[in-house]
Write a protein that binds this ligand. Sequence first.
Ligand code: NAD
Ligand code: MG
Length: 386
Amino acid sequence: MLDQPKRIAVIGASGSIGTQTLEIIGSHPEKYRATVLAAGSRVDKLIELSLRHRPALAVIADESKHAALSEALRPLGISTAAGEKALCEAVCRDDVDTVVTATVGYSGLAPTIAAIRADKDIALANKETLVVAGSYIDRLLSRSRSKVYPVDSEHSAIYQCLAGEDRSKVRRLIITASGGPFRTWERERIALAKAADALKHPNWSMGAKITIDSATMMNKAFEIIEAKWLFGVHSQKITAVVHPQSIVHSMVEFVDGAIKAQLGLPDMKLPIAYALGEAARLDDAEKPLSLSDFTSLTFEAPDAGRFPCLSLAAKALDEGGNCACIINAANEIAVAAFLKDRIPFYGIYDIIERTLDHIERIESPDYEDYVATNDEARRYASTLIN
Ligand code: NAD
Ligand code: MG
């Protein structure tokens, strides 16, 4: 019997990772079929994608957009639903084998938890899920049949470097960072940067939130936390190095001194395809890299003075509990305000620090504690902005 196409739920279908995932699915109908598509509020984009990919179900998180979705898709026999609860039910359906978590921020947590409880495999793009609730997700995974395949390019690189290796022989994970648009700027100039400056990422084209996180290097702090939970490596064995060309996607150093790296162009198609294929390689997932086009690949230490958000990874991992959840929530509010030019660039770090000073710590949070911490931290960070 021929293998049936793997049935995929794409949560965050209208975004940067979501649309690239759907391009891969659309070009490989023999391997993949999108059975569920979900988006936050961009209903027109969700309708357009649904007309092209014909899922069984389309879900919009923003309930006020449901009527428009239903009117466009129901006549075609595509079911529709709205709201967070519907999103969590959608990922558990029998016609879903793998869930691609491509929503942005805290919104990824609930559907990812639902998918793990339903034993679904996960192609994890939404790093905030592991930032907010890494230890909780780790416990859930230990009781579930679901497997997590990283989509984040650095973590995909590490995953590829670890293939066939004895994990106890890992000395260090070395996560590369482009350094973002302000890598060479003086602190005084960075302080005056506007959203438009920060949105000009030198190498990657991504959603607005992660692009600002790259400019502050909060994205790298989040990736250190993400790596801890994905690979079970002690936080002191995870380092970041700035590599402005974004060709070496990350590295693993072993106890004998060997360093393995994965290289490629800055293109998310390869890590997405590798995760969808459960670590199988897809022919021509991305354009071949011509090494002779790069006269030099350079590496430098990150500067925590100009990019203070980077230091929050160590703080979050040393403290544990709900600390990273507070950082994530304050960061989301601060980034949204910076995008509207309501606070200065370093205001992002200040708001996180002041929110950390204010919100009570919980040593071993359960799910309700994360929800409450997220709510409180967002509320407090918002008052700081207002
Ligand atoms: P994006 O802003 O382009 O897309 C976000 C998607 O999430 C959209 O489809 C939006 O409709 C959906 N969404 C927003 N709020 C939602 C909600 N409440 N419920 C359901 N869906 C909601 O973001 P992106 O750049 O694609 O990033 C998505 C995730 O992938 C982020 O966690 C990011 O850190 C991670 N990631 C992205 C890249 C990249 O190249 N874009 C690389 C690595 C990791
Ligand atoms: Mg990354």
